[in-house]
Design a protein around this ligand. Sequence first.
Ligand SMILES: [Ca+2]
Length: 551
Amino acid sequence: MPTTNPTTKKIGTQMRHRSFFTSMALGVSGVLLLSSCSAGGNSTEIEDKSADFGFQADGLPIVTDTLSLSFGGTKSALAPDYDTMALVQQWEADTNIKINWKNLPEQVYIEKKNLMLASDDLPDVLYNSGLTDADIAQYGGNGTLLPLEDLIEEYAPTLSGILDDRPDIRAAITASDGHIYTLPSVEELGILQHPNFLYINTAWLDALGLPMPTTIDQYHDALEAFATQDPNGNGQADEIPLSFRTDSFCANPNDLIAALGGQPENNDHRIVRDGKVEFTANTDGYRDGVAALADWHADGLIDQESFSQDDLAYLSKGKAETPVLGSFFWWELKEMVGEDRVDDYALLGILEGVDGDKLASVANNQEINRGAMAITKSNEYPSATMRWADRLFDPVMSAQSNWGPVGVTLEEDAAGILVQIPATGGEAEGERRQKVAPGGPKITTKEDFATVVAPEPRAKERQDLVTEYYAPFKANEAYPPVMLSTEELDQTSFAVTDINALVKEKFAAWIVNGTVDKEWDGYVSQLESLGVDDVIATYQQAYDRFQKGGE
Ligand SMILES: [Ca+2]
């Protein structure tokens, strides 16, 4: 590829009007000011040589002479060399941009990422970038990642249109310095905010002549009957009335804290109500919820291992040879109890609490992932690269990047909606997807799921359950996908780690030992000395910035 600058003058004359070209340093290879002056940050000097390859501002191909770019980042465990993927080959044929893939399995990449980012040996693009918010703040701020907002404005009409319609997505990918350093991956299925589904053994309810509980008191009575009336009929008190995990993705008893104490709760102990960020784990309601669970534990209703088991041990309990599990939290039923027992259990959803309210706690899991792609300072062709990326935000292309190509994993139904082609030959759809879908930047909005691509059958099933059992009782807003500044991260990260460790430790100790009332005041003071008020104030500041569109 040309590395000298015979056509640099041509770029200057053709493209000087481009807003991000604020100055040029002709004759110095690799130097041209790609300015970040709009927000007064550092300037990144880079030369855009897209025109050397016959860059076209519209239509295809993007360049008339084949341009090669190197892409680093992650790929899934089952993914082949990306060169062999049909969709990737189609991209190359369409655009005339050839990608040298240097992407790695996630664990390998994560170990090398920071060394690579600090070196001069950067790929042109980070794809499925694995960048954390702290990485984006640091490597955006120091010029390793290019600011993209002007390039988006100029060369990404599809993405620009989406961001104009969706200021929340723009805010989510905007760093606290006002720049956009990464492109998003968005999948609006609406299923991540209620991960902890509560199930109960209905075969046991039937055997004991008990109704399906609708209130927390009826639920308690059912657990008590499970503990004392030998519903599995083996003459032994081997039943586990209720099991859960703490600090897991989908096995947390947060909705019981809400039912027993009136306090909505999630794994971050951070919720939003009426525009106010709240810490959950130092309120009277939280204390009441924990005290009630301690009573349940004292009565033998809660699995002793709830505070120590890992997912593997937990999931084995639903499949014990003699059924022993009465009730549990998990993402889906079959994974816990196995195919043969799915009819013996049912989803309980949200129970009416002690105050008479049904409160569904909302988790902070996000549908906007901001680290899908970044352009590094090594990239000499940012205009061509951004045009390449913009094609991925077409809804049909986004669907193919996410699930695989039309004709392989997706086909149009009679209504013109893309639906999944069932996998064959014993291969699971999820497995097939890893082999044919490259991921990366993409946006499938809630509307796209109605008009462009149907959710996978399992996702649709999940959506329907969330809509029926949880969404009507939503008790709080999630903390939105705000990008904290380096300063905000410095102010909060150590404190949050200490606070969450203390909350986790005390939650377990109080339920097992029943000492919450005795230790409560000391705990509240300890949280104060760990800086919980400052942490929440910082999150409030970032939240307010997000509400104003990231500015
Ligand atoms: Ca028994």
